[in-house]
Design a protein around this ligand. Structure first.
Ligand code: FDA
Length: 308
């Protein structure tokens, strides 16, 4: 109930005005989004890399219906990739892109604009020697996003996809994307979805996550295990071992600000551990999804409002 209210609010303009206008302490948002500027993001990336972790950077923004805004987002990614290269961080950091931020929702021309824009980002990533992963948004975008992924992979076979275990279709998508070199980030899923397309119970989502992990770990691609759930992490490690995978043939991923000690433990044990690091001003949707994932975050947020 609380989850669906927060997820509905994540797409409401009125709620956005209320939350953004609230006297909320920056420290609450900072827990998940450590900086508004590129310099902030690069400083955190450098620190995580020095600590033995990998990073994927997300320039915050989504649901763009303005072509100039979509172009501005592409420019922000090109700047980011240039700066990662200058800082010598491209061996440790890649970028994550939401297609809705680069034009996917523009009426009539959205898919073409998003493909062209994503291609520009991939070209820049190739130039500096790093990779791009396409985030996955709600289920209405899945076919379009996977279609754009297919087109991009013809020229950039290393482009990664996110698949969401809560969708009933995802085990099949995992089979389709488990081929050689295919980078797949498997997460549980963060949007509000109807029962016709998504599992509603946590236990069903977890079982689906495990089925998908089995397909990916037994496949020939590069699985990216994006979860903070200790059970999913332990099962992934066991499946990787059973499949005879080397430590550099898959990786674990978590969001910035969540289970930091566990991130370190996983990296210290010789595994690849990548941190998803968002930055920028457009933090509202991302922040609300993080609140929706864990009721304790809402309590923390509310406390910060009253104890200021
Ligand atoms: P689960 O929700 O069961 O949480 C397990 C434990 O992790 C909790 O008990 C708690 O300890 C901790 N935890 C989880 N969320 C927390 C939070 N917000 N605050 C504090 N603690 C928390 N989704 C999507 O739909 N599209 C996408 O493209 C992506 N991309 C993505 C990238 C990466 C690298 C990650 C790690 C996650 C995503 N997600 C996503 C989000 C994902 O779908 C999911 O909502 C969250 O990861 C939470 O699910 P868990 O697997 O962590 O399990």
């Amino acid at each position: 109930m609380l989850r669906s209210t927060l997820l509905a609010a994540s797409r409401s303009r009125l709620a956005r005005r209320l939350v953004e206008g609230a006297p909320l302490t920056r420290s609450v948002v900072d827990r998940f989004i450590p900086g508004a500027t590129l310099d902030d993001a690069l400083a955190v990336t450098g620190a995580l890399a020095a600590d033995g972790r990998y990073v994927t950077l997300d320039h915050l923004g989504e649901d763009t219906t303005d072509i100039h805004q979509a172009t501005a987002t592409v420019d922000a990614y090109l700047r980011l990739l240039r700066r990662l290269d200058e800082a010598g961080l491209t061996g440790r950091a890649e970028v994550s892109v939401k297609l809705s931020a680069v034009g996917q929702f523009l009426p009539d021309i959205g898919e073409k604009v998003a493909l062209d824009n994503a291609r520009r980002i991939c070209e820049a990533a190739a130039t500096v020697g790093t990779t791009v992963t396409l985030d996955m948004e709600d289920h209405t975008t899945t076919d379009s996003t996977l279609g754009i992924l297919r087109e991009l992979r013809a020229d950039f076979p290393w482009v990664g996809a996110v698949l969401q275990a809560y969708l009933r279709r995802t085990e099949g998508d995992c089979r389709d994307l488990a081929g050689p070199g295919s980078r797949v980030r498997l997460c549980k899923g963060a949007y509000q979805e109807p029962a016709s397309v998504a599992f509603a119970q946590k236990s069903e989502v977890d079982l689906s996550y495990v089925r998908c992990l089995k397909v990916l770990m037994a496949g020939q691609g590069y699985p990216m295990v994006a979860s903070h759930d200790p059970r999913m992490i332990a099962i992934a490690a066991k499946l990787a071992h059973q499949a005879g995978r080397a430590a550099d043939s898959y990786e674990f991923q978590m969001l910035y600000g969540i289970r930091d000690a566990e991130q370190r433990r996983i990296a210290d044990e010789g595994n690849r551990m990548r941190v998803y690091l968002p930055y920028g001003d457009e933090w509202y949707g991302y922040f609300m999804r993080r609140l929706a994932e864990r009721p304790a975050n809402v309590a923390f947020f509310l406390r910060s409002l009253v104890t200021r």
